[in-house]
Design a protein around this ligand. Structure first.
Ligand code: FAD
Length: 414
């Protein structure tokens, strides 16, 4: 990709540079939007505030880069809160297409036991390198250290702050793909929200999604911090997730927690089943045949087969514990977990909230500002981890990129 450091003679009224389509944000949604517009034969630039592109995407690669989930589309789509607006985009670019996309960039993928799809190399950098090379072959220009500073307007002239000073870039179509509001150090700081507010564009508040929940552990739990808890069932507000999570110094985090994120955010208590593989009736029988000489801890270890961390939780969560059969079954299968809210938003894997769907046309263009499109996590949708995030970022980026290209082509015919 052509890499430029634009320099502006001065901050005058005219634009310093011109493109057909300007994309702001070089995350997965922005890169995909740029590719689509470039495939239409247009002059495209991507500007990013950071010195290098796709830093959050690369961070996602540190945990293997879960690109998508091997699921039929009907089940796949149900994982999003914004099913209807996303449906046409995911219909066109869902799990199958994501796998093809990765393969087209030379990345073989594999499907894990839970259906999650990863590149075989379990990282993002080779895919990103191949993608940037492909964008370069399409003559897309990458503008590093170019921070879009707003305001949102309809003049077609867009303002940036760069190390060389302020500059203006003219483009009839602007695609904003600036991400959500977590991991600010990787560039996704959500600062764009104030420009959207000033322009009167409807948006909902950012909320931490796919985030750990805080729990005020007693000192007894300190030896277990960092330990994974496998095969547990977490329940809240009538919803359940079975899987695993980690006990951290400040609470709990991991897949089984993220899956219930929307409900956990609003709840002060969840219930934890530490032995979902044993039903309550069988557990009562085990308790009835417990030998008198067996301490409770020994019984939990030998008969119920609870590991050290699970045993610690039996004593931690139910206090005081009634040690009759009903009391013990409740402490093992229905332990109350007091939550003190989500961990800080900047630690979240993704954020909910952002540009509301009613601000957008079906083409992802701002209704109030023709020629300005949005894509990716900055739009108000939410999904758990499992590859749903990157899939929707790529699908919305593709949709916005194609719509922007159509918009520019239609304008040229006028
Ligand atoms: C630790 C971690 C692990 C993750 N793992 C996975 C996973 O395995 N699977 C999955 O599906 N998802 C995962 N995610 C989430 C996924 O990375 C994000 O949902 C995705 O990167 C969002 O893409 P995006 O293009 O919308 O925005 P981003 O990737 O956030 O990119 C936005 C870009 O916009 C730029 N920008 C912002 N403001 C401006 C401005 N004013 N001017 C210019 N540029 C600007 C930023 O510098 C950034 O490069 C993970 C996230 C984290 C933090």
């Amino acid at each position: 990709m052509e890499i430029q450091n634009h320099t502006s003679a001065e901050d005058g009224p005219r634009a310093d540079f011109h493109y057909d389509v300007l994309v702001v944000g070089a995350g997965p949604s922005g890169l995909m939007a740029a590719e689509q517009a470039a495939l239409a034969g247009l002059r495209v630039a991507i500007a990013d505030a950071m010195p290098s592109p796709a830093r959050k995407f690369l961070m996602a690669g540190k945990s293997g880069l879960n690109l998508t989930k091997h699921e039929d589309l009907a089940s796949f789509i149900k994982n999003y809160d914004a099913v209807e607006p996303l449906r046409p985009m995911l219909n066109e670019f869902g799990p199958k297409e994501i796998i093809n996309f990765a393969q087209s960039l030379g990345q073989e993928v594999f499907t894990g036991s839970t259906g999650r799809v990863f590149p075989k190399v379990m990282k993002a950098s080779p895919l990103l390198r191949a993608w940037l090379a492909r964008l370069q072959s399409l003559s897309v220009t990458l503008l590093r250290r170019h921070r879009w500073v707003g305001p949102i307007g309809t003049s077609g002239i867009h303002r940036f702050r760069t190390p060389q000073g302020a500059l203006k870039i003219q483009a009839p179509a602007l695609i904003l793909a600036m991400g959500g509001a977590s991991w600010a150090r990787l560039g996704s700081d959500g600062a764009w929200a104030k420009d959207f507010a000033q322009a009167g564009i409807p948006q909902s508040d950012f909320l931490a999604a796919n985030i750990g929940m805080q729990v005020a552990w007693s000192d007894h739990m300190a030896p277990y911090f960092g330990n994974p808890l496998k095969n547990v069932r977490l329940s809240v507000s009538g919803a359940q997730s079975r899987g695993e999570f980690v006990i951290t110094k400040t609470g709990i985090e991991g897949g089984a927690v993220y899956a219930l994120g929307r409900m956990l955010r609003k709840s002060a208590t969840a219930k934890l089943d530490l032995a979902p593989q044993i039903n309550a009736a069988d557990l009562h029988k085990m308790i009835a045949s417990r030998k008198l000489k067996d301490s409770l801890s020994n019984f939990l270890r030998k008969s119920v087969k609870l590991g050290a961390t699970k045993r610690a939780l039996v004593f931690e969560l139910t206090q005081p514990m009634v040690r009759d059969s009903n009391g013990l079954v409740a402490a093992i299968k229905n332990a109350p977990l007091q939550l003190s809210g989500p961990c800080p938003i900047d630690e979240a894997i993704s954020t909910a909230g952002g540009v509301m769907w009613n601000a957008l046309t079906p083409e992802l263009m701002l209704k109030s500002h023709p020629g300005i499109f949005c894509a990716g996590e900055m739009i108000d949708w939410e999904a758990p981890t499992g590859g749903y995030l990157i899939t929707a970022c790529l699908a919305t980026g593709r949709w916005a990129g194609r719509a922007a290209a159509n918009y520019v082509s239609a304008k040229a015919l006028l």
